[in-house]
Design a protein around this ligand. Structure first.
Ligand code: ADP
Ligand code: MG
Length: 725
C-alpha cells in the first residue's frame, strides 16, 4: 500500500464507521460509586465493632489489628465475588507517572482438588510485587530488589471492569524493605501530615481551640486530544512518542476559535458519556467537560476531593480516558504538545487546605478573625513560591512539558504568584505598613472595612500566570497534562508547611511582647514576609518580554527554560533541607527521585530522536525520491518532445531531501555520543543538541510535505488528524 493509500483507507474507515450506539444512560443514583467498597458498604456488611475499627483506620490512617483486617478482607471478597470478580490487585504509583498493578486470583485448591477462595487480612494489607522492574534511583541494589506494597486504607478499594473481566483493586503505597518511599503516594501522605502539623501550630497560636485534622484538596482540570485510531496507527511517532515529530501546519489551524465555542462533536459526546458513566461507577465526580482551544482538544474536570483520593482518581481517570478512547476508535493523547503550532495540553491543579472546624483556610471567610487566618495562609503560599519557585518548576519538569512551558502559550518558566487586584493591594498595603498601625482593637480602627471582601476573581482573568489565586484556592497551571498530580501536590503542601512553621515561630515571638494584639502580630509578621518575599507577587502579563527581564534582573526570580535545567534543583541544599526538616523525603529518597526523573528525561528524548531518524529515512526520504523520480522522468520525456518544463520543484525537493538526510547524519552521530561525565551533562546534550537537530530534520521534512504530491505522502497530515472525526 502506498502511503497515500493507507491515508485514504483511514479516511474511508472513519467516514463509513458505524456510529457507536448510545447506551441508555443509567440514573446517577443507580451507578454512583456502585463499584466502590466505601464506608457505607462496609457499614452494611461488618459488625459494629469491626466497622468502628476500620472507620477509624480509614479516617486517620491508624493501623488495623490483624483480626479486624481478616474480617474486612472477608467482607471485601464477598462483596467483590458477588459482582463476578475473581481477581484482586494491589495498585500503586511508582516514581514514574504510571500506575502499576499485580493481579492475583482469590482461588486456591483444597486437598480434594476443589477450588475454594481465600482473601485474608494479610493479603489485603501487604503485597510483594517483583519490584526490580520499577525505577528506584539507587535506593535498592538489584540483588535486593524487593519492595512491598501496603494497603492505603484512606483510599477505598474498587472494582475495575474491563472487557477481559473484573478485578478488585486495592490502592497501595510502595516502599523498599528498608522503609524508603518508592512511589508517589507516600510523599503525598507525608506532605499532608507535615502541612497538618504546621497549620495546627499557626491556628492554635491564633487562639483556635477546636482544630480538626487538616487536609489538602485537589481538583485537576485535564486537557486531552482525541485522534482517530486509523490515523494514529499509521503514525509511528503518535504510537511510540505520543506526539507528532513531523507535520506541516495546515492551512486552517485554530485561528477561528470555532472549535472552542462550538458544539462537542457527536462521536465525542458518546465517548464522554461512556467515560463519565465509568467514572461515576468508581465514585469519581466528573463535573465539567467541554471543547478546548485546539481542534480535536477537550477538557474534563472532576469536583475537587481530598488530595490523596484526588491523586488516585486522577491516575484512574487518565487510564480510563485512554482505554475508553480505544473502545470508540480513537486514541487519547495526553502529551503536552501533540501537534506543533497547535495549542498544547496542560493540567490545572486547583489546590486548597482546610478542615471541618475552620473550613477552607484559603477562603477569606466572613469575619475579621477568618480574614486574619486567611491572610496568614495566603502569605505562607507567597513565601513558599518566592523561596521555592525553582522547586515548583522542577516538579513540572518533563521532556514533554518543555514544549509548553516557556513557549508563550502556557505559563512561563518563571514561577510567580498572581493574587488578583484586590488581594494584591491588601498585601501591598501590609507591606507599606498601612495595615500595621493598629490602635487598640485591631482592624476596626484602620479606616478599612471591618471585613476584607474579595470578589471571586474569575479564574481566567490572568491566564499568563503559572500560579494564581482564584477566590478560594490556588491554581497551579504549569503542570503537564501527562503528569501525576502527586509531585506538584507534594511540593505545594511541603512549602506551605515550611512557611507555616516559619510564621508560627515569628507570631509566637511577637505575641510574647506584652500588649501586642493578635492583629498587630499578624500584620507585623506579614509585613516582614512581604518585605522578604513579595517579589514573587506579579499581576501583569507573564508572557511579556518586560516581565522576563524584570523578573530576573530586578526581582531575583529564576527563569528555568528546560527540564534539564530544572531537575538538578532537586539536589539543591535548600530543597534537601526543606524535605528533610518537614519529614516528607529523606535526602536518599530525594536523590533517587532526581535520578529517576533525569533518566526518564534522557530516555524519552533519545527515543524521539531515534524515531526521527527512522521516519525521515524510511518514510519521508523515499516519498521525496519517488516524487523526484516522477518529476525528472516526466521532465526528460518532455524534453525529448521538445517541451521544456519548469523544474524548480524538483530542485527544491532535491535540496530539502539532501539537507534532511544531512541532518539525520548529524543526529545519528549525536545519538551515538555516550561519554558524559555526569547525568546533568547528558541531560543538557539532550536538551540542546538532540532537540535542535530533531528540529532541523523536521523543518526540512515539513517543507517536503508541502512540495511532494499529496498522493505520495506517507503520513496522515495535520488537517486530517485534527479535523476528521
Ligand atoms: P476554571 O475553568 O474557572 O478554572 P473549573 O470549574 O473548570 O474552573 O475547575 C475548577 C476546579 O477547581 C474543579 O475541579 C473544582 O472542583 C476545583 N475547586 C473548586 N474549589 C476548590 C477548592 N476549594 N480547592 C480545590 N479545588 C477546588
Ligand atoms: Mg482553571
Amino acid at each position: 500500500m502506498s502511503g497515500n493509500e493507507s491515508r485514504m483507507q483511514a479516511i474511508y474507515q472513519i467516514t463509513n464507521r458505524e456510529p457507536m450506539s448510545v447506551t441508555q444512560p443509567e440514573p446517577l443514583s443507580k451507578i454512583w460509586a456502585c463499584d466502590v467498597f466505601n464506608l457505607a458498604k462496609m457499614e452494611e456488611s461488618l459488625s459494629k465493632n469491626a466497622f468502628k475499627a476500620v472507620k477509624n483506620t480509614v479516617q486517620t490512617g491508624a493501623p488495623l489489628d490483624a483480626a479486624t483486617a481478616d474480617i474486612v478482607a472477608a467482607a471485601m471478597k464477598e462483596w467483590a465475588m458477588s459482582k463476578g470478580v475473581k481477581f484482586f490487585s494491589h495498585i500503586f504509583y511508582p516514581m514514574t507517572n504510571i500506575t502499576a498493578e499485580k493481579h492475583d486470583g482469590f482461588i486456591i485448591t483444597n486437598s480434594d482438588g476443589n477450588a475454594i477462595t481465600e482473601f485474608t487480612g494479610s493479603l489485603l494489607i501487604k503485597g510483594e510485587p517483583d519490584g526490580s522492574s520499577f525505577p528506584n534511583g539507587s535506593i535498592r541494589m538489584t540483588n535486593a530488589a524487593r519492595g512491598y506494597t501496603a494497603w492505603d486504607p484512606t483510599s477505598p478499594v474498587y472494582i475495575m471492569n474491563t472487557d477481559n473481566g473484573s478485578t478488585l483493586m486495592i490502592p497501595c503505597v510502595f516502599m523498599s524493605w528498608t522503609g524508603e518511599a518508592l512511589d508517589k503516594k507516600i510523599p503525598l501522605l507525608r506532605s499532608n501530615d507535615a502541612m497538618n502539623k504546621a497549620a495546627r501550630k499557626v491556628l492554635s497560636i491564633m487562639g483556635e481551640t477546636d482544630i480538626a485534622p487538616l487536609n489538602s484538596s485537589c481538583g485537576a482540570e485535564q486537557e486531552y486530544f482525541l485522534v482517530d485510531a486509523n490515523f494514529a496507527n499509521s503514525r509511528p511517532d503518535l504510537l511510540l512518542a505520543g506526539r507528532t515529530l513531523f507535520g506541516a501546519a495546515p492551512a486552517k489551524g485554530q485561528q477561528f476559535d470555532d472549535h472552542y465555542f462550538g458544539a462537542i462533536p457527536a462521536r465525542v459526546q458518546v465517548y464522554m458519556q461512556d467515560l463519565e458513566d465509568q467514572l461515576y461507577r468508581l465514585g469519581i465526580p466528573a463535573k465539567t467537560h467541554h471543547n478546548e482551544v485546539a481542534p480535536g482538544q477537550f477538557e474534563i474536570a472532576p469536583y475537587f476531593e481530598a488530595a490523596n483520593i484526588a491523586a488516585d482518581h486522577q491516575q484512574l481517570m487518565m487510564t480510563l480516558l485512554k482505554s475508553t478512547a480505544k473502545k470508540h476508535g480513537f486514541i487519547c493523547l495526553l502529551h503536552e504538545k501533540p501537534f506543533a503550532g497547535v495549542n498544547g495540553s496542560g493540567k490545572h491543579v486547583n489546590w486548597s487546605v482546610g478542615n471541618a472546624t475552620q473550613g477552607n483556610l484559603l477562603d477569606p471567610g466572613k469575619t475579621p478573625h477568618d480574614n486574619l487566618n486567611f491572610l496568614l495562609f495566603c502569605g505562607a503560599v507567597i513565601r513558599g513560591v518566592n523561596l521555592f519557585g525553582p522547586l515548583l518548576r522542577a516538579v513540572v519538569a518533563t521532556a514533554s512539558n518543555d514544549h509548553r512551558l516557556g513557549a508563550n502559550e502556557a505559563p512561563p518558566a518563571i514561577l510567580s504568584v498572581y493574587l488578583g487586584d484586590q488581594l494584591e493591594k491588601v498585601f501591598q498595603d501590609i507591606k507599606d505598613g498601612k495595615l500595621a498601625t493598629s490602635k487598640e482593637g485591631g482592624l476596626m480602627d484602620l479606616g478599612l472595612p471591618q471585613i476584607l471582601h474579595f470578589e471571586r476573581d474569575p479564574g481566567d482573568r490572568n491566564r499568563t500566570s503559572p500560579f494564581a489565586f482564584t477566590g478560594n484556592r490556588f491554581e497551579f497551571r504549569a503542570v503537564g497534562s501527562n503528569q501525576s498530580v502527586s509531585g506538584p501536590l507534594v511540593a505545594m503542601n511541603t512549602i506551605l508547611a515550611d512557611s507555616l512553621n516559619w510564621i508560627a515561630e515569628k507570631l509566637e515571638a511577637k505575641l510574647k511582647k506584652k500588649g501586642t494584639s493578635q492583629a498587630d502580630a499578624v500584620f507585623a509578621v506579614l509585613k516582614e514576609l512581604m518585605n522578604e518575599h513579595g517579589n514573587a507577587v506579579f499581576g501583569g502579563d507573564g508572557y511579556s518580554a518586560e516581565w522576563h527581564k524584570m523578573a530576573v534582573e530586578e526581582r531575583g526570580l529564576k527563569n528555568i527554560p528546560t527540564a534539564a535545567d530544572a531537575l538538578p534543583i532537586l539536589r539543591d541544599k535548600a530543597v534537601k533541607q526543606l524535605f528533610k526538616s518537614t519529614g516528607v523525603l529523606s535526602p536518599v529518597e530525594l536523590e533517587s527521585r532526581y535520578e529517576v526523573y533525569a533518566e526518564q528525561y534522557i530516555l524519552s528524548i533519545e527515543v524521539e530522536a531515534k524515531l526521527v531518524v527512522e521516519m525521515a529515512t524510511t518514510a519521508i526520504y523515499p516519498a521525496a525520491i519517488s516524487y523526484l523520480f516522477e518529476l525528472t522522468g516526466a521532465s526528460s520525456s518532455m524534453a525529448e518532445m521538445g517541451i521544456k518544463i519548469e523544474n524548480s520543484v524538483a530542485k527544491s525537493i532535491a535540496a530539502e531531501a539532501n539537507a534532511m538526510m544531512a541532518g539525520v547524519d548529524k543526529l545519528n552521530a549525536a545519538l551515538a555520543q555516550h561519554d558524559f561525565s555526569n547525568t546533568e551533562k547528558h541531560m543538557q546534550h539532550c536538551a540542546k543538541v538532540l532537540r535542535s537537530l530533531m528540529d532541523e530534520v523536521r523543518s526540512h521534512a515539513d517543507t517536503l510535505e508541502t512540495l511532494v504530491a499529496d498522493e505520495l505522502w506517507p503520513l496522515p497530515k495535520y488537517r486530517e488528524m485534527l479535523f476528521i472525526k
